[in-house]
Design a protein around this ligand. Structure first.
Ligand code: SF4
Ligand code: SF4
Length: 477
């Protein structure tokens, strides 16, 4: 985005540097001022509610089953109470693409609001870790002083206390994410069994907790600026109509402190730099939209407070598009947004359709690879088949595979006493069976077999496969 109009000549050095690193190449530690204001209150309320649901997520059950389970290890997924199997991958892919388009659309329209208001990284950082830091070490100036001071007993005490709390909180967060992967019941079992029994899981928990600890205690905004792919794609997604946290340079410039008896006409920005002090990524929003800005809106609150004090209208820094600021127009919806909305509707429609028409019980029958036919006796020939039946419901199912055509065919299970397949909830059964045909009924060397799949006495599916037979032998008879 072009902001040349906003930046006084020779002061655009910020373009050559990144807020994270100082001139000597060292990390520029951001001492952010304690945020406060209406938006911060709203953001806190919103963020704490999200975390509450994040914590609650693994413990919510529908009919005794998790609402969400992302068991990557055993490749079992439950979304909104519906079990998904690796066989549903195309459907999960469609849901994922729908989600990505929704995020892109949201970004095109509302900028990085997700980053500042909903992303777990920011929410945990700003509403937990940074608040604890403010409580123990004080506001930004006191933190700066403490860091620069020699190691007194007080400093050792404060730092140790802070890092112990940070690590404990990280362990807690790691446990919540673990609960999403292995399920809340399994997690509670791990905890009650004690760490020694499950040392493997304990090790992964320690690794995850340590990673979280470093993310929140040390890396902080580096994650948003350098690591997060969503953050790095901002340049592609934002356009001049995207709503972003923006400084109204038309109103604000030329900036300058208010001095008594001064005749020069200044803009509304009094260059107090409070918007810079409060920024958790250490940037100056007056330089325009930057990669580092996570749209946390803290600078809006801060500047509004300044504007109220100097009796100027609020909103010198506000949520607005570049177009609105330059032309003073109302927010317009870009063609890009309309196109994304259309695509999103199609994708949501397709996802809903495929999820609602998804078979609760999926069956696959394939002739056992690498096998021809077997001669059972002088009058009968058989083919061997492998089957996979997946029960994607939370009720037990009794599956019967019946042959519809040819009528003379007989099905014989291998290694199974029962002719039907008993399937527990959300489970898979594999096996093999023979189809035996009388020789005189084989009219082709590759004939079609039609099956019906019955579940608990209800017809649920019809399948076809082929039967390879010794046609020559048959025809010579
Ligand atoms: S510039 Fe403003 S909105 Fe952006 S990260 Fe900094 S304080 Fe938050
Ligand atoms: S807080 Fe507002 S007035 Fe102060 S420097 Fe930032 S934009 Fe200017």
């Amino acid at each position: 985005m072009s902001h040349h109009e906003a930046i006084p000549e020779g002061t655009d050095k910020f373009r050559d540097t990144i807020s994270l690193i100082d001139n000597s190449g060292e990390r520029n530690w951001v001492y952010a001022k304690k945020p406060k204001g209406k938006l911060h209150t709203a953001r806190s309320f919103f963020g704490y509610s999200l975390i509450f649901f994040l914590f609650l997520g693994p413990f919510i059950k529908i009919n005794g089953h998790p609402f969400i389970l992302l068991d990557i290890l055993s490749r079992k997924f439950i979304l909104f109470g519906f079990p998904f199997w690796p066989q549903d991958l195309p459907l999960l892919g469609l849901i994922l693409i729908t989600g990505v388009v929704a995020v892109i659309l949201f970004t095109v329209m509302f900028g990085r609001l997700w980053c500042g208001w909903s992303c777990p990284q920011t929410v945990f950082m700003e509403l937990f870790f940074r608040k604890i830091e403010f409580m123990i070490e004080g506001d930004f100036n006191e933190q700066k002083k403490l860091d620069a001071s020699p190691w007194t007993t007080e400093k050792i005490f404060k730092k140790t206390l802070k890092h112990i709390i940070f690590y404990t909180l990280s362990v807690f967060i790691a446990n919540i994410f673990l609960a999403y992967i292995i399920g809340a019941d399994e997690l509670l079992k791990l905890i009650t069994d004690g760490p020694i029994v499950h040392w493997g899981q304990l090790l992964s928990l320690i690794i995850f907790s340590t990673v979280f600890y470093f993310v929140f205690a040390k890396f902080r905004e580096i994650i948003c600026i350098v690591v997060c792919p969503y953050g790095r794609l901002q340049g592609l997604m934002l356009d001049n109509n995207s709503l972003v946290v923006a400084y109204d340079f038309v109103r604000g410039e030329p900036r300058g402190a208010i001095r008594k008896n001064e005749t020069t006409q200044h803009g509304d920005c009094i260059d107090c730099k409070r918007c810079v002090q409060v920024c958790p990524t250490g940037i100056d929003i007056r330089n325009g939209t930057q990669l580092e800005c996570v749209n946390c809106t803290a600078c809006i609150d801060e500047c509004n407070d300044v504007m109220t004090k100097i009796k100027r209208p609020n909103g010198l820094v506000r949520f607005a598009s570049q177009e609105q600021i330059v032309n003073g127009t109302q927010h317009a919806v870009s063609f890009r947004s309309v196109a994304y909305v259309a695509i999103l509707f199609v994708l949501i429609g397709a996802s809903v359709y495929f999820v609602s028409t998804r078979k609760d019980i999926s069956t696959a029958i394939l002739r056992t690879p690498g096998m021809l036919y077997q001669e059972q006796d002088s009058l009968h020939v058989s083919n061997m088949y492998n089957f996979d039946v997946i029960n994607k419901t939370f009720t037990e199912q009794q599956i019967d595979i019946k042959i519809v055509e040819p009528i003379a065919a007989e099905l014989k299970m291998v290694d199974r006493k029962l002719s039907h397949i008993q399937l527990g909830e959300d489970s898979l059964a594999k096996g093999s069976f023979f189809i035996i045909l009388p020789r005189d009924k084989i009219i082709s060397n590759n004939s079609e077999i039609k099956f019906q799949i019955w579940s608990n006495g209800v017809l649920i599916d019809e399948l076809k496969t082929n039967f390879i037979g010794p046609v020559k032998l048959n025809s010579t008879k």
